[in-house]
Design a protein around this ligand. Sequence first.
Ligand SMILES: *[C@@H]1O[C@H](CO)[C@@H](O)[C@H](O)[C@H]1NC(C)=O
Ligand SMILES: *[C@@H]1O[C@H](CO)[C@@H](O)[C@H](O)[C@H]1NC(C)=O
Ligand SMILES: *[C@@H]1O[C@H](CO)[C@@H](O)[C@H](O)[C@H]1NC(C)=O
Length: 384
Amino acid sequence: MGFRSSVVATWFLLVVLCFLSSAVVADPVPPCEFPAIYNFGDSNSDTGGISAAFVPISAPYGEAFFHRPAGRDSDGRLIIDFIAERLRLPYLSAYLNSIGTNYRHGANFATGGSTIRRQNETIFEYGISPFALDMQIVQFDQFKARTIDLYSQVKSTPDAEKLPRAEDFSKALYTFDLGQNDLSVGFRKMSFDQLRAAMPDIVNQLASAVQHLYEQGGRAFWIHNTGPIGCLPVNLFYVSNPAPGYLDEHGCVKAQNEMAIEFNSKLKDRVVKLRAELPEAAITYVDVYSAKYGLISNAKNLGLADPLKVCCGYHVNFDHIWCGNKGKVNNTEVYGASCKDPSVFISWDGVHYSQAANQWVADHTQNGSLTDPPIPVTQACRRK
Ligand SMILES: *[C@@H]1O[C@H](CO)[C@@H](O)[C@H](O)[C@H]1NC(C)=O
Ligand SMILES: *[C@@H]1O[C@H](CO)[C@@H](O)[C@H](O)[C@H]1NC(C)=O
Ligand SMILES: *[C@@H]1O[C@H](CO)[C@@H](O)[C@H](O)[C@H]1NC(C)=O
């Protein structure tokens, strides 16, 4: 082989190799490039809403990442923060927060204590937020109308940079994480049969919200199901001698988890119907339940603390001083302090997950391994 032909052969080989490696390595489908996220939810995804509207969440919340309280019910980031990171977007500003906010890349309508269905109680009774999903949707409509109007007034001034662009609403990712508080209110006020009978109405109200956003131009929806509520340590704080069979093998309240599973199965069926009703929508159902339960059942193997133990707060026998609060036990002042190493705890405060747990759940859901259809969040604009 002469010099010339060996150069040609080498070039040919290189071209073939490049072609092969790009076919194997590169993602065949480009990412969706969402310009914004609009989130609807409860404390699992509230990034400052309830703190802005009522009493701010205090230290030591936020200590592990923000190094100050950051309006989140955790020591650090929530799943929605990890979604923002994955989509290379900034953390979402809460719609209700009037200070230091930037809505160019979306807004967060979630508030701690929110339900899907409107409740007839004030936040001062059991912490149920007045901003149920129907109000979050009303707030979204107002947000959209007013920001579009304002944008056209301040266009080409620096003020426009903190506002969403009108054309981005139809390209945004719409995310949902709700249902946990509808179950907790149900456990408090209803029999299991009554709660079961209410489930079709609850999932229909979530579906109506998706339909409404679709009519407003939204096309990509990422819907979390609800977690294993019976594994929240708070549900065991007031149980002293559980009857045999009350708890499952991991120490979770079995009947409560069964209700969550039933809710999720109704939600999944409703999502399937929604896909038929909204032919241009890409709707991903995300099995957060299995991710959270998988984490809890693997705690030991992963080198984590007992999943029913709480990092922050004083919870001994029947004395409960919640995370960040002060109270008296045996006439001595007690502070609900944080543990030494929150990263080995699944539960941060008895109700809410630690940042480490949120990260684990995000890692096991965002790549599409527990979603229907099985697509990563970066591809959630594609219909499968
Ligand atoms: C709230 O009260 C109204 C009027 O009494 C009633 O129709 C509705 O069903 C109640 N909602 C809930 C969730 O209890
Ligand atoms: C309160 O008293 C009980 C019983 O004597 C004791 O076990 C517990 O450690 C005391 N708690 C505090 C915070 O002093
Ligand atoms: C998703 O990530 C998790 C955690 O790293 C991993 O166990 C799983 O195999 C991944 N699944 C896919 C479909 O990439």
